[in-house]
Write a protein of this length. Structure first.
Ligand code: NDP
Length: 331
């Protein structure tokens, strides 16, 4: 039998956490034959709610779930974890300045970086979900220098899946017959959802999305803004931010990272830029990646037109700004 994998979820008493832990315990993240031990961290005011989640995990009698640790102690939470999903973060409240939110999150991610660095299992893979996700991941990387930068990522898979969903709805094809959209850049409204390399499975093989949609105006305007603003649309409808789709995307992200992307298919992940596509090295930027044997690599050689170039650079500029704002909070 396989050894259980230890998965940490921070902010586990929150609404994404509540949707995410049962998915992990059911095998949606690591596969139907992989036992798991779930570590849940939250802050003191959420301790009782966290205990409730812990009780529900026991009551669900998941066959793959070999143990639960629920704690408000970051050291205990990080001990020996193989995978860390960082969902906990300080929410932007009405009237708060961007700098104030950044400052709160910088101190959270700085502290959690040290706990992970000192106590996680070697080779621990980290996924940051909490916003500002790219910059929180960057802070985590800076303050956990012994964790290889290739092991620190942020979530843009939800945006990627939303883009697949929009194309699927428009063309009335199943979402699994659409592939290779790209989310470039920041997990924010400046992200660039790109369909220039995306294809759809038809009776006559894979055809380009641009050809099948044959409405460049829609693809260059409404499609992009719908994906960029989908989070806000869900808040408006649900009076709460997206949770089940965010949790599902976090599972997809780790699943494909650990178990690999299917041949000929890529996914979007926020990863440390090596300068590919002219994106400044040292940012956590969302790129198209393929994964094999637990490692991601950025898809190389895609042709970038002028329209895309401008959008890729604009979202990079926002990340450079966020980075300097984050650094100014450190002093
Ligand atoms: P959620 O579970 O809804 O969201 C958690 C984080 O994920 C937020 O930062 C949220 O950003 C972010 N996020 C990223 N992508 C998405 C997406 N596509 N849709 C929605 N959210 C997204 O928040 P809750 O408030 O329910 O739970 C947060 C938990 O974190 C609480 O249990 C709280 O106690 C804990 N917490 C932990 C802290 C710590 O570890 N020190 C500090 C503060 C809170 P956004 O805010 O932009 O929606």
């Amino acid at each position: 039998a396989k050894q259980p994998v230890k998965v940490l979820v921070t902010g586990a008493a929150g609404q994404i956490g509540y949707a995410l832990v049962p998915m992990i315990a059911r095998g949606a993240m690591l596969g139907p034959d992989q036992p798991v031990i779930i570590h849940m961290l939250d802050i003191e005011p959420a301790a009782e709610a966290l205990n409730g989640v812990s009780m529900e995990l026991i009551d669900a009698a998941f066959p793959l779930l070999k143990g639960v640790v629920a704690t408000t102690d970051p050291v205990e939470a990080c001990k020996g974890v193989n995978i860390a999903i960082m969902v906990g973060g300080f929410p932007r409240k009405e009237g708060m300045e961007r700098k104030d939110v950044m400052s709160k999150n910088v101190s959270i991610y700085k502290a959690q970086a040290s706990a992970l660095e000192q106590h996680a299992a070697p080779g621990c893979k980290v996924l940051v979900v909490a916003n500002p996700a790219n910059t929180n991941a960057l802070i985590l990387k800076e303050f956990a220098p012994s964790i290889p930068e290739k092991n620190i990522t942020c979530l843009t898979r939800l945006d990627h899946n939303r883009a697949l969903g929009q194309i699927s709805e428009r063309l009335k094809v199943h979402v699994s017959d659409v592939k290779n959209v790209i989310i470039w850049g920041n997990h924010s409204s400046t992200q660039f959802p790109d369909v220039n390399h995306s294809t759809v499975k038809t009776g006559k093989g894979w055809k380009s999305v641009r050809e099948l949609v044959s409405d460049d105006k829609w693809l260059n305007t409404e499609f992009i803004t719908t994906v960029q603003q989908r989070g806000a649309a869900i808040i408006k409808a649900r009076k709460l931010s997206s949770a089940l789709s965010a949790a599902s995307a976090a599972c997809d992200h780790i699943h494909d990272w650990v178990l690999g992307t299917p041949k000929g298919t890529w996914v979007s992940m926020g990863v440390y830029s090596d300068g590919s596509y002219g994106i400044q090295p040292g940012l956590i930027y969302s790129f198209p990646v393929t994964c094999e044997k637990g490692n991601w690599s950025i898809v190389q050689g895609l042709k970038i037109d002028e329209f895309s170039r401008a959008k890729m650079d604009a979202t990079a500029r926002e990340l450079i700004e966020e980075k300097s704002l984050a650094y100014s909070c450190l002093n």
